[in-house]
Design a protein around this ligand. Structure first.
Ligand SMILES: [Zn+2]
Length: 780
């Protein structure tokens, strides 16, 4: 994955053919973000490459690598800095770090007096594009460690290899936005890895298994004037899959070492905010809730499952003082790591030992199952195979049974996948594969999501078992399904996976007729090589089946989605757009002003999945660029959308805020109710007999984020409702949810093609299993 610098230069010279990765790239490089309250002359992304070349030229301690491209096609840079002689041993270090998992390495080899092993520390710069100080601090720290010879610098280099992910979000820095150019908040994408930037970071973490990871952000001043900034560890709830006692042994001390370094250097700062600081805000020390480390979606929380002592550092301000604050905090962390590395490494090894030996002294006996068993559907293996590859990418061992076997009274065929839980990264495996829990009553509120179960939300089976699985099995390497046609046709494509719908779209876009029956399944009569190739690519086995009476041809539809470019630092439409694209639809993003100016006459489907503020003109300075200009634009927007629906256009609202907006637009009479903005989780849903719910079980699951439900539904058809029982909430955090029990969650107007979905079927590239709720509406 990582190429050497020289290869990269060659690649740039040769890259005359534009790559599709540039698809989202837009506009000139920005100078500032209006979401920041201070502005300074930060180093632009376009200047970074030159600076790295210069750094490499002047120091033999530096290695620069290009680790791949961002979603928008910008190169990403990884710089390692170590003592001049250590460079030749990186491979050896990485090898030793990997051997930590099979116990063939001892703490002595990693830390002993005779060992010249350097402990890796990873520093991540500005994963949020508007938080410019992170990368600037990284650039200054790299310059120091490349060129200086003071005692502090030399001591740290004697003990550590420093790995810098220089610009963790190139698209965001380029466009002065929090997101990458696909509209995804990368610091919510760990565990999903939907984006290339995240996948590269996961690769870096699994390659080095850093002992310490520092993630540089801004801007927090919630600790009051005397404690600007923020340094983790976090408040509860802590995720139960961690070996949290081992993290806790060091976290507060290391945070306070960073704080002490800041305070001891305060005279060197420009502004009084910093010159008068008495410390910084450490959530775990200074608060009881509100800044938790529960979900594994953030960089440090994800890295903790790799045994890292990992922290988010939030600088107070967007200026050179903020840059200096990051530098000082990092120096405090590095000095602490150098002083304590022997004991800290022992505790990182202990995380892995507990995993390998299935010995979790702070967990209840059956908290971790002995194994997860992942059976593969013969015809539709794709969700399981995606999960297996994902687990492997995350350094989790997966095996495959060579013969049939029985576990917990259930028979499994040969070829079944098994994730044994006696492995180094058992905590990560479990946090990905477990069902989660309802944590509503243990904390007043959550910072972000509180449920993410991969089996439930990606749609594959993972059976936990407390029994030893005794079948001969072999370790799995990356796997891929090749699809095939079986029988003479016509063929039946069951509406069961994202890949099935993608196949349908790819066929109709190539001019092949596909029909859809009342139950929502698809049929094709062709025997062409186009069909054969598309089926091969899909990974599915498609069998002969009779086309039912009344099956209708599926139309190739033009889908438009209202673009939320980052209002209130959110881009809620991006997840829905990614879902539609993964389903194979060709989707056009429309700025609200484009809808107001040009209308929707060239589209068949209009999707609203974002804040209701997109149709308001009363906006803050920072939000203005994403919304409508004035009241007259609001009126033309309304007129265009209303006319679109009157002429038979299909309108889909996703989520509570879009549902509210639909009422404002006068397109529905149902009453829209919404849960709290940080209520989210996995819910039990009753899917009624309707084409909108095709491919789902009568009792099945859904995912909500700021949940919506609907009443006064006389003019609408209810296609799905929250399960009518007090336990309808399956996992996550949702206070005061009683009113939603048994209420409608998918409704369709009877007199107009308007559908409201109160869940988030396309959430942040994560909810594959629910994507087909969107295609069902589009095809209906
Ligand atoms: Zn941030």
């Amino acid at each position: 994955m990582i190429k050497r610098w020289t290869l990269f230069l060659l690649a740039v010279v040769m890259a005359v053919v534009p790559s599709v990765a540039w698809a989202y790239h837009d506009g000139p490089e920005k100078e500032k973000s209006l979401f920041n309250s201070e502005h300074y002359d930060f180093v632009k992304y376009s200047e970074v490459e030159g600076m790295l070349k210069e750094l490499q030229r002047k120091s033999n301690r530096v290695s620069v690598e290009e680790s791949g491209l961002s979603a928008g096609g910008h190169p990403m840079y990884v710089v390692t800095i170590s003592e001049a002689g250590a460079k030749a041993k990186f491979g050896q270090y990485q090898q030793l770090r990997r051997q930590m998992f099979n116990r063939s390495v001892t703490a002595q080899q990693l830390t002993g007096k005779d060992s010249d092993f350097k402990v890796p520390v990873l520093i991540n710069g500005s994963i949020h594009g508007t938080e410019f100080v992170g990368t600037d601090a990284v650039l200054r720290l790299m310059d120091r460690f490349a060129t200086q010879n003071d005692t502090e610098t030399k001591t740290i280099l004697e003990n550590h290899v420093l790995i810098f992910n220089v610009v963790a979000n190139p698209d965001g820095r380029w466009s002065a936005t929090r997101f990458n150019s696909a509209g995804i908040d990368l610091n919510r994408d760990f565990i999903t890895s939907s984006q290339p930037e995240t996948r590269q970071m996961v690769e870096l973490i699994t390659r080095w298994n850093p002992m310490v990871l520092l993630d540089l952000h801004g801007y927090v001043r919630s600790g009051g004037a005397s404690k600007p900034g923020l340094i983790e560890p976090c408040t509860p709830p802590h995720n139960p899959n961690y070996e949290y006692d081992l993290f806790s042994k060091w976290a507060m001390d290391q945070a306070e070492a960073m704080e002490a370094e800041l305070v001891s250097n305060r005279d060197a700062y420009e502004s009084d905010l910093y010159r008068n600081m008495k410390g910084t805000y450490i959530p775990q020390r200074d608060d009881s809730d509100g800044w938790d480390d529960y979900p594994p979606i953030f960089t440090p929380m994800y890295a903790m499952y790799h045994g890292s002592f990992a922290y988010t550092l939030e600088a107070p301000t967007n200026d050179w003082d903020g840059v200096r604050w990051q530098e000082d905090a990092v120096m405090g962390a590095l000095k602490f790591a150098a002083d304590n590395k022997d004991e800290m490494i022992r505790d990182q090894l202990e995380v892995f030992r507990r995993g390998i030996q299935f010995d979790h002294p702070y967990h209840q006996d059956e908290f971790f199952p002995k194994a997860y068993i992942l059976p593969v559907d013969r015809d539709q293996p794709t969700p399981t195979l995606k999960a297996v590859n994902h687990l492997l990418d995350n350094d989790i061992s997966v095996e495959q049974a060579k013969t049939p076997f029985e576990a917990k009274g259930k028979q499994y065929p040969a070829g079944t996948y098994i994730v044994k839980m006696n492995q180094a990264k058992a905590g990560l495996a479990n946090t990905m594969l477990w069902d989660g829990e309802d944590i509503t009553d243990i904390t007043p509120s959550m910072y972000d999501i509180s449920a993410w179960s991969l089996p439930e939300l990606w749609g594959f089976e993972a059976d936990p078992t407390d029994e030893e699985v005794t079948v001969t099995s072999t370790p799995v390497k990356k796997t891929k399904a090749t699809g095939q046609l079986s029988g003479k046709g016509p063929y039946h494509i069951p509406n069961q996976t994202v890949e099935a719908v993608h196949l349908v779209n790819s066929l109709i876009q190539q001019g092949i007729t596909v029909k859809r029956d009342q139950a929502g399944d698809f049929y094709v009569e062709s025997h062409s090589s186009t069909l054969q190739q598309a089926v091969r690519d899909s990974g599915l086995t498609i069998r002969s089946g009779n086309i039912p009476q009344g099956a209708q041809p599926v139309k190739n539809l033009n889908v438009a989605i209202l673009k939320d470019g980052g209002m209130n630092k959110g881009q809620s439409h991006a997840g829905t757009r990614i879902a539609l694209e993964r389903l194979g639809f060709q989707v056009t993003e429309l700025h609200p002003q484009e809808v107001a100016k040009k209308g929707l006459t060239s589209y068949d489907v209009f999707v609203y999945s974002g804040t209701s503020q997109l149709i308001s003109s009363n906006l803050s300075e920072a939000n203005k660029e994403f919304g409508l200009k004035d009241e007259s634009q609001v009126q033309t927007f309304k007129k265009h959308v209303t006319q679109f629906v009157e002429k038979g256009g299909k309108y889909i609202a996703v989520g509570s805020s879009a549902s509210q907006a639909t009422r404002t637009l006068g397109l529905t009479k149902v009453e829209v109710h919404a849960g709290g903005s940080n209520s989210n989780g996995i819910v039990k849903v009753d899917y009624r007999d309707s084409p909108l719910t095709a491919g789902y079980k009568e009792k099945d699951l859904g995912f909500v984020y700021r949940p919506a439900w609907y009443t006064s539904t006389d003019h609408a058809t209810v296609a799905a409702a929250y399960h009518d029982s007090t336990d309808f909430f399956h996992s996550g955090h949702w206070k005061n949810r009683e009113a939603a029990q048994g209420e409608a969650v998918i409704v369709q107007e009877k007199d107009a093609d308007v559908t409201l979905i109160g869940m988030e079927p396309g959430f942040r590239g994560h909810t594959d299993y629910l994507y087909r709720l969107l295609s069902n509406v589009v095809f209906d």
